[in-house]
Structures are given as structure tokens and as C-alpha cells.
Design a protein around this ligand. Structure first.
Ligand code: FMN
Length: 377
């Protein structure tokens, strides 16, 4: 125990996390036909050297049609396993637990990369659009194409695709897995009564809307090792009237817990609009209360995410029992050595353990030599 909650280790199943800071999954939209490129190798290498407790690789599609863009990474075929295991090795070299988020974009599939506008692809686009499917033929926004309503055969294929993806993630050596059940992607659209108007046993009441999620998890449980952590990302609120109720969210979490999910990653929103992150104004830690309330009500580990920026802010989230982990996205992009700086901020004796040993050697030497009292103003 370090005396600083953010740096207290925690075990989830067989995995020990040396601190509570996790890299949030962030699509790079830099893949080619689902394959990783050199960008991914250098991008993930930077974060492997960040002293993190763990990291999640970006949302990786369980089927080609489940990609958001042509630039999304894929795990729908065994051919992806060698490259994915390279990413695992990069993190393992630095003793950082590495997970992968797997998902299906549903009605948010077939779009331009965010950097190119994130608009739905059309026949006029340079890259080809593809057919999108969703629980109901309700487009995500007024200018979006109508998705095809998934048949029961589609649903069985989706469950199978998630399962095979999880099996491949394990073969590639990932320590943990996260199911993307948030941000208006396929599983979230089944859950929300706004996007799910089905009249069969996958729509209507809560029990039916949650069915596909239960079936995906039950099926993944057949292939994902029992001793490896299982995370599930939810949208804690839809952010729209007539969406999933808070009581339903708590019920969902209780179901996830009963199925063996270890950590609820508490995001929010995304049911409408195209981009990976909303353009609405946000305040630091704007989603932390969801992680806190879910943790308290359902007695399950949670991960807080969203504009977690400051060292004290992050430490208080853990210290005040609001969450078991903090996930950082954009702040890590801006400061890849965030964990090292946090350790220095809290005056931990072992702060240089959170930086590459070669850098630590020279920084230690500079610390010994430097007289900061003579810093020019
Ligand atoms: C470039 C980018 C890509 C993202 N891709 C994903 C993703 O693959 N899966 C996901 O669940 N969230 C994704 N997000 C959301 C982040 O994981 C995170 O929840 C969000 O950025 C809020 O955290 P932050 O304020 O620390 O960035 C993405 C965000 C960004 C900025």
C-alpha cells in the first residue's frame, strides 16, 4: 500500500493492477481492412511505457459490417491474431495489463472517420458504404440511412461473432476483455427503448431488450477464461427522454454481475449523433457519479471515465470510493507520462518505476545534480 489510493494495487481475478489508472479504449481509425498498421505499433508503444495499471486497445470490430469506419481494427478472423499479439507483447514488455474492447457499431457503422467529418458513407463517398443493421429500422439521426432490422438469424450471427472475437482475443494473449455496450452502438441500441421497437423476444420490455446482452455474455463465458477480468462499458444514461431508466441500468448491472462481469466501465450517452465522443459541453469528472452510484447500489467494481485530468481529482475518485479504476483518454494523449507525474506529485519514493528504466536512470542522475533553488525566474 502506497498510502495514495490511486497507487494502491488491486487484484481482479488472476490479474494484479499496480495502480488504478487505465487507458480508455480509443479508436485510431488507422487500420487497413481491419489490419493494424505501423501507426498502431508506435501509438500503443507510447502508452506501454506510461506506467499504467492497464490499457484497453480500441473498439475492435467483431465483424466487417460492425466497423464504424473503414479505418477500424478487426478481430473477425484468425488472420488478425498475430498483429494483435504484437500489441500484447508491447505492453507485456513493460508489465502493463492489456485488454481489448470488442464491439459492433450497429446503426453507427459505415461512416467517415471522425477527422473526415464522421458522416454516414454514401454512394458518392470515396470509400464504399455498406449495409447497416440495428434492432429496428430507426436511423441514428435525420440525415442517416435507415438500418435494416436485424433478423433472428442476424442476432445469432452477432452472438457468434462476439464469441469468436473473445476467443481470438484470448489466443492473442490479452489479459482482459471489454464489451462495448455503450455510445449508441449495437448492444446499446438493443437496450434502449428509443432505438429498439421490436415486437419479438428481443424487443419491448426490459427483459427482452437485455436478452441479446445476456446471450452475448453467456456465450463469451464459454470461451473467455474464468480467471481473466471481464469489463463491460455501459452508457449509464441515454441522455434523451424516454431512454433506458436508471432502475433499468441498475438491473442491467445486476444481471452483468450475475453473469460474471467484474468491472462496469461507466460512460454515458451516444445514442444519437455520429462521432466517438459527444460535442456537448462537459465538466471534469462529469460521469463519475454514475460509477459511484452503480458501485454502491450493485456492489460491483466500477471504472470512472470522462474528463479525468488532475492527479488530485483522480486520486479522490479512488480515495472517496467512487470507483475502483479511473480510465483516461485524451489526457493521456496530451501527457503520456501522466502516471509518472502523478507519482511525483504525490511524492512517491518509487515514482521512477513508472517510467522507462533508461529514462529513469538519467532523470535520477539529474535529480541528484540539480539545484532547483537557482532556477531562473
Ligand atoms: C479518439 C477517440 C476515440 C475513442 N474511441 C473509443 C472506443 O474505441 N471505444 C470507446 O468505448 N470509447 C471511445 N472513445 C471514448 C473514450 O474512451 C473516453 O470514454 C472519452 O474520450 C472520455 O474520456 P476522456 O475525457 O479522458 O478522453 C474515444 C474517444 C476518443 C477521443
Amino acid at each position: 500500500m502506497s498510502g495514495v489510493p490511486l497507487f494502491n494495487s488491486i487484484d481482479i481475478k488472476s490479474i494484479s493492477f499496480k495502480n488504478r489508472v487505465i487507458m480508455s479504449p480509443m479508436c485510431q481509425y488507422s487500420a487497413e481492412n481491419g489490419h493494424l498498421t505501423n501507426w498502431h505499433k508506435q501509438h500503443y508503444s507510447r502508452f506501454a511505457q506510461s506506467g499504467l495499471g492497464g490499457a484497453f486497445m480500441e473498439a475492435t470490430a467483431v465483424s466487417p459490417e460492425g466497423r464504424i469506419t473503414h479505418g477500424c481494427t478487426g478481430i473477425w478472423d484468425d488472420k488478425f491474431i498475430p498483429d494483435l499479439s504484437e500489441i500484447v507483447k508491447i505492453f507485456k514488455k513493460y508489465n502493463v495489463n492489456i485488454g481489448i474492447q470488442i464491439g459492433h457499431a450497429g446503426r453507427k457503422a459505415s461512416c467517415d472517420r471522425p477527422i473526415d467529418g464522421a458522416k454516414p458513407l454514401t454512394s458518392q463517398s470515396i470509400e464504399k458504404p455498406w449495409e447497416i443493421i440495428a434492432p429496428s429500422s430507426i436511423p441514428m439521426s435525420l440525415d442517416s440511412p435507415e438500418p435494416r432490422e436485424a433478423t433472428q438469424d442476424d442476432i445469432h450471427k452477432i452472438i457468434n461473432d462476439f464469441t469468436l472475437a473473445a476467443e481470438r482475443a484470448n489466443k492473442a494473449g490479452f489479459d482482459m476483455i471489454e464489451i462495448h455496450g455503450a455510445h449508441g452502438y449495437l448492444l446499446h441500441t438493443f437496450l434502449s427503448p428509443i432505438s429498439n421497437k421490436r415486437t419479438d423476444n428481443y424487443g419491448g420490455n426490459f427483459e427482452n431488450r437485455v436478452r441479446i446482452i445476456k446471450e452475448v455474455i453467456n456465450s463469451i463465458n464459454q470461451v473467455w477464461p474464468k480467471n481473466k477480468p471481464f469489463f463491460y462499458r455501459i452508457s449509464s444514461i441515454d441522455g434523451l427522454d424516454a431512454g433506458t431508466t436508471w432502475n433499468e441500468i441498475l438491473e442491467l448491472v445486476n444481471i452483468l454481475k450475475s453473469l460474471g462481469v467484474d468491472v462496469i466501465d461507466c460512460s454515458s450517452g451516444g445514442l444519437s449523433g455520429t462521432s466517438a465522443i459527444s460535442k456537448a459541453k462537459i465538466t471534469p469528472g462529469f460521469q463519475v457519479n454514475y460509477a459511484k452510484n452503480i458501485r454502491e447500489h450493485c456492489n460491483i467494481s466500477t471504472m470512472a471515465v470522462g474528463a479525468i485530468i488532475g492527479y488530485e481529482q483522480a486520486n479522490n475518485i479512488i480515495g472517496h470510493n467512487c470507483a475502483d479504476f479511473v480510465a483516461l483518454g485524451r489526457e493521456l494523449m496530451s501527457n503520456t507520462q501522466w502516471v509518472y507525474h502523478a507519482a511525483k506529485h504525490f511524492k512517491l519514493n518509487n515514482s521512477k518505476d513508472f517510467i522507462d528504466p533508461k529514462y529513469a536512470f538519467y532523470l535520477r542522475r539529474r535529480d541528484e545534480q540539480l539545484d532547483l533553488e537557482h532556477m531562473p525566474k
